[in-house]
Structures are given as structure tokens and as C-alpha cells.
Design a protein around this ligand. Structure first.
Ligand code: MRU
Length: 352
């Protein structure tokens, strides 16, 4: 793996231009290294499944739909260099294990591997690449449709609070929840975005603020613990977040802290809206209890910016996601339409 600075490094792109987080060309997956944003816009050059899995694991590539897309290309890249079935199995296992919560990743790996396995032996890499491209194009189209549906639902919400990063850095196109927000800005009904910093890896501070600046959308950054008080004070019209996995009953796994935002929104009687493609709905997982929650390195919370702050030996627990019960979700906005209320039946109707 190598990395290359983007030509535009250090400068802001023209407003309304979303960043392109991953791009496949000629046997290489180029991915902006999100761990370096917003300080450096540097592309990683990824050429096999192992490199793609490592980039996903350390969150250089992140966001549920985007890790699915990248993993699909990871399978194809591996088959280009080693067409043996054992190589395919190894690549799939590596990619699947990179992160457990977002269902998009395992689904994309299975889909691309299935397409390769069904192809004649000399055409497996081509079949895998074709399928990986199909997944990327589907997510791209989904982003636009989610933006439109979400903007119609939230036409009367002008101050929106969002969590983590759900824009072009998290999904092809304009993203999911941030795509809705960007569409509201285009339609002229948005006055302000309140973005949480999203501890411990600060996707809100580093990535959402970066994207909103590029899009010239007015925003304010807050510490995560300020959100409930601001919502209670009447400063927020709606909370809009993304999702990593939606169980069959509508329970939603998303970035840790989402559940608290849903409780605060419910107490203040404002909408709590989740936006995501139907590829994030896991109909094989009956409820949130069945969702595997990623536990990350405790050092991510005991240290800040590479400097250790907690006393040596402090025990830390670092779940990266939490589960919000369906009853607290006002609506789930997908590319196929809106589930409202969010129930087993309304999700089934969307998936059919
Ligand atoms: O750990 P991350 O940064 O991959 O977490 C991302 C999120 O939780 C997003 O809200 C989610 O993937 C939706 S992305 C469109």
C-alpha cells in the first residue's frame, strides 16, 4: 500500500462539490485516508483484500455503505492477482472480520464472492469487478433518492442536529443523513446544522465539519454531552442520523451516542429520523439484541491526539455503536421510500 497527496490538498473545493471517498481504476482502489482528514487529503493506493481490510479496520475507509463498496472491490482485487478459490475464501474472511456491526460489509462480500463463484474459472475476477461496480452504482443512486425523500419529510425542520459522519465520506454520492441535510440546504429551507463531535474518533469534528465547510452549509460543532440540553432548550427542530444496521423489527445500530440523542428527541417531542439505504436493513436479524457491537481499542478513549490523558492502567470500555429501539425512531428514510412508523411490517414493505 502506498499513499499519494491529492492535487487539491489543503484547499477547499467549490461549494456543493462532495468529496469522492473511494474510486476504482485499473486494478487499484484509491481511497482518501479519512484518519488524516481534515489536515491532509491523501489517497491510499490499495491493491489487494488485505490492504482494503486493514484500511477499513483502522477507519481510513468508514461508514456503513462505503465499507460495503470498498469490501466488494477488495474481493475483486484479490481475484485479479490470485484466481484460486482458496484465495477467494481467505479474502472474504479477512474483509468480513474487519468490522462486525455494519451489515453492508458482509453482504457486499457475499454478493461479490457469489458472482465470482458463479462465473467460469477464467472470468471470476471480471465477474467480481462487475458486481462490485453494481453495488457502488446502487449506493450512488440510493444516496440521491434518500436525499429527496428525506428533504420532503423534513421540509419544515430548519435546525437539524446530526451525529458522526454520514456524508460523501461515509457512502457513495452525497451520503445518507448528510445527503438529506445537503438537499434541504439546496432547497433553501435549512438554517443551521448542529454537528456533534462524536467521541472518541471525532468523525463529527474532523469529517462532518470538513464536508459541511466544502458544501458551504452553516454549522456549529458541539461536544456530544451538549446535545441533550440543546434539544431540551428548543434549539433543534429534528435529529437526523445514519445507521449501520437496522434489525427486522426496526431497532437501529449506529454510532455510539445515537441512543441518547433518540431519548432526548423523544423527551422534547421532536422527530428522530434515521436515513440509510435498504442495504443496511438486516432482515435476518430479528431485533437489536442480535446485532454485534464492535468494541474498539481502549486507547482510543484513554488518549487524545496521541497523548495519554487517563492515568496508566485505567480500565476503559469502548463500544463503537449502540442500539436505538424502533419505538424511538420517528421514521426510517430509504431510497425506496419512508417507513413511518418503523415496524417489522413497514420494513418488510420496503424490502419487497
Ligand atoms: O465508525 P464509523 O465512523 O464507521 O461509524 C459510522 C456511523 O456510525 C454512521 O452513522 C453510519 O455508518 C451511517 S453512514 C452513512
Amino acid at each position: 500500500m502506498t499513499s499519494t497527496a491529492r492535487p487539491s490538498a489543503g484547499t477547499l473545493a467549490p461549494p456543493t462539490s462532495p468529496v469522492v471517498a473511494v474510486r476504482y481504476a485499473d486494478g487499484v482502489l484509491w481511497a482518501i485516508d479519512q484518519t488524516e482528514l481534515p489536515w491532509r487529503e491523501r489517497d491510499l493506493k490499495l491493491t489487494d483484500a488485505e490492504e482494503v481490510a486493514a484500511a477499513i479496520k483502522r477507519l481510513a475507509i468508514r461508514g456503513a455503505p462505503l465499507i460495503g463498496v470498498a469490501a466488494g472491490y477488495g474481493v475483486a482485487l484479490e481475484l485479479m492477482s490470485d484466481p484460486r478459490p482458496e484465495a477467494l475464501d481467505r479474502a472474504c474472511a479477512l474483509l468480513r472480520e474487519a468490522r462486525p456491526t455494519a451489515v453492508n460489509l458482509a453482504r457486499a462480500v457475499d454478493r461479490v464472492a457469489g458472482a465470482a463463484a458463479a462465473a467460469p474459472s477464467g472470468e471470476r475476477a471480471d465477474a467480481a469487478l462487475h458486481e462490485a461496480r453494481a453495488i457502488e452504482n446502487e449506493e450512488l443512486a440510493a444516496s440521491d433518492a434518500i436525499a429527496r425523500h428525506g428533504a420532503e419529510l423534513l421540509a419544515h425542520a430548519s435546525r437539524i442536529l446530526t451525529h458522526c459522519n454520514t456524508g460523501a465520506l461515509a457512502a457513495p454520492g452525497r451520503g445518507t443523513a448528510l445527503a438529506v441535510i445537503a438537499e434541504l440546504a439546496v432547497r433553501g429551507t435549512l438554517s443551521e446544522v448542529i454537528a456533534t463531535e462524536s467521541r472518541p474518533l471525532l468523525q463529527g469534528t474532523r469529517l462532518t465539519a470538513y464536508e459541511l465547510s466544502r458544501l458551504a452549509i452553516a454549522h456549529q460543532l458541539i461536544v456530544d454531552s451538549a446535545a441533550a440540553g440543546l434539544i431540551a432548550s428548543g434549539a433543534v427542530d429534528a435529529v437526523v442520523v445514519g445507521c449501520d444496521r437496522v434489525a427486522a423489527n426496526g431497532d437501529v445500530a449506529n454510532k455510539v451516542g445515537t441512543y441518547g440523542l433518540a431519548l432526548a428527541a423523544s423527551a422534547a417531542a421532536i422527530p428522530f429520523v434515521v436515513a440509510g439505504p435498504t442495504s443496511t436493513i438486516d432482515e435476518d436479524c430479528p431485533s437489536g439484541d442480535g446485532i454485534s457491537i464492535e468494541e474498539r481499542d481502549p486507547d482510543e478513549i484513554s488518549s487524545v491526539g496521541g497523548r495519554r490523558l487517563a492515568p496508566p492502567g485505567t480500565p476503559c470500555r469502548n463500544p463503537a455503536f449502540d442500539v436505538t429501539p424502533a419505538a424511538l425512531v420517528t421514521a426510517l428514510v430509504t431510497e425506496r421510500g419512508i417507513a413511518q412508523p418503523v415496524t417489522t411490517d413497514s420494513l418488510l414493505a420496503l424490502k419487497q
